[in-house]
Write a protein that binds this ligand. Structure first.
Ligand SMILES: [Zn+2]
Length: 449
């Protein structure tokens, strides 16, 4: 290890990150846990990771050390499905999906033709993600091209790794949100050319769902996907039974809902399908074979009464799977809350989700699901230094419960069952502090070596 550069930052705390899927490998080798660890960051990337006692003497003079002893440093959480344009829709009671879209979501999304509104919401949304320890997300905008110009501009200013796309929909929605197959293609292509690969930004081709796109538009979406094989594809699939029935009516030639997307060439790696609750065996096999990803959104599925995702079945099948908030159908920006609800949904399907598997999903698993694990997902040297600090004493109840926990597995389970944004003591982007909880004395711990 060479540390010749002048400016390094080092962070001390207990450190946890994953190397592989604990569901596949032996649990001993799937993660690295360093009870008193040190992470060294240079130029926004992890330079070194190891035990404090070994690494500390090697730090060059002038290294700034931040001491988070007693707290846990993890890679930033990743959210594989969220709508920034639904920030103001969260906690709106509806009947189920189709009614909720009509009464809350579509009117709210109509406001995003205003660049100032879009910019203000994007800023709040990204603040909220960072407060919750989420450092990367796959994000829906609205049909308005400017909703993405606003989002990417704000995310780019903050040097965030974010993937987002303009919603494509040309039917079964209000006139003020409708595009056409031609404008959908042209606007998406223009946004890809402008934003994809700028800094850490990425683009996702984003048809809302099969219900709101005509055959002509889906054919154009397929053409976009062929023209830009490097970008993501992001949409919804088999969330709600009424939706599934409507798709069968709109596409009478299709074998299944998934078959509609398959027909237009939208199944591939880096294609992320939110929900995937109501799939049959053939659908599952196509998901596995194509390398597409299912995004499990437990708080949304419970809130909208959509159904219980078969997490165990999906994990067993070898399908790529991510876990996601789906705000605003989802009820929390917090991945800790989302893991807690994932556990409960899995319980109702007869599967007890281990806490190690849950934290793997929210970090390295979601990075792999999005195909971004070369850069993010764990704290291996060379990775981008997006990380968070969890405080096991973030509430009196959590502090009390943590005192009787003796193992890492227990402590993680307490974080995911009792934790929320209050448990996120600090969030770092490329090694720079972007969020800290006001009550914490972390500034006092800064010292020059
Ligand atoms: Zn959604």
């Amino acid at each position: 290890m060479s540390m010749t550069a002048a400016v390094c930052n080092a962070f001390r705390g207990s450190i946890l990150h994953f190397l592989t899927n604990p569901g596949e490998a032996g649990a001993d080798h799937s993660y690295q846990f360093i009870p008193d660890g040190l992470i060294v960051v240079e130029n926004g990337r992890v330079l070194a990771l190891g035990g404090y006692a070994e690494l500390h003497p090697t730090l060059p003079a002038g290294t700034q050390l931040t001491d988070y002893s007693g707290r846990m440093i993890l890679p930033g959480f990743i959210d594989t499905h969220i709508h920034y344009s639904q920030t103001d829709v969260i906690a709106s009671p509806g009947k189920q999906l189709l009614d909720w879209l009509e009464h809350y979501t579509f009117p709210a999304e109509g406001r995003f033709d205003d660049m100032n509104h879009a910019t203000e919401v994007a800023g709040f949304f990204l603040d909220e993600l960072l407060r919750n320890g989420t450092t990367t997300a796959l994000v829906f905008g609205t049909t308005h091209r400017q909703s993405l110009d606003a989002f990417f501009a704000v995310a780019g200013q903050r040097a965030l790794r974010m993937v987002a796309g303009k919603v494509l929909m040309d039917r079964n929605c209000p006139e003020f949100l409708r595009d056409t197959s031609d404008s959908a293609y042209a606007d998406s292509a223009a946004l890809i050319e402008r934003w994809h690969g700028q800094g850490r930004l990425g683009y996702a081709i984003t048809p809302r769902f099969a219900v709101t796109s005509s055959d002509a538009q889906l054919a154009q979406v397929g053409e976009l996907a062929r023209t830009y094989p490097e970008v993501h594809i992001h949409t919804h699939l088999a969330e709600n039974m009424d939706e599934v029935a409507w798709v069968a009516k709109l596409f009478p030639w299709s074998r299944s809902y998934l078959d509609v997307y398959d027909h237009y060439g939208l199944l591939r790696e880096r294609a992320v399908y939110a929900h995937c609750i109501h799939l049959d065996e053939d659908d599952r096999q196509r998901m596995v074979d194509s390398g597409a990803t299912a995004a499990f959104c437990p708080t949304s599925n419970l809130f909208l009464g959509s159904g219980l995702f078969d997490l165990a079945g999906v994990l067993d099948s070898g399908m790529r799977v991510g876990v996601a908030t789906d705000v605003g159908g989802g009820t929390s920006f917090s991945m800790l809350r989302t893991l807690g609800e994932s556990y409960k949904v899995a319980q109702l399907r007869g599967y007890t989700l281990p806490s190690l598997q849950a934290f793997y999903l929210a970090t390295l698993g979601n990075a792999k699901a999005l195909g971004l694990d070369d850069n993010i997902g764990n704290l291996a040297p060379g990775k981008e230094a997006d990380f968070i600090v969890l405080d096991p004493e973030s509430t009196p109840l959590m502090a009390r419960r943590m005192r009787s926990a003796t193992t890492l597995i227990e402590r993680l389970f307490i974080f995911m069952t009792l934790g929320d944004d209050r448990a996120v003591a600090a969030t770092y982007i490329l090694g720079e502090l972007v969020h800290t909880r006001a009550c914490l004395p972390s500034a006092e711990n800064l010292s020059n070596e």
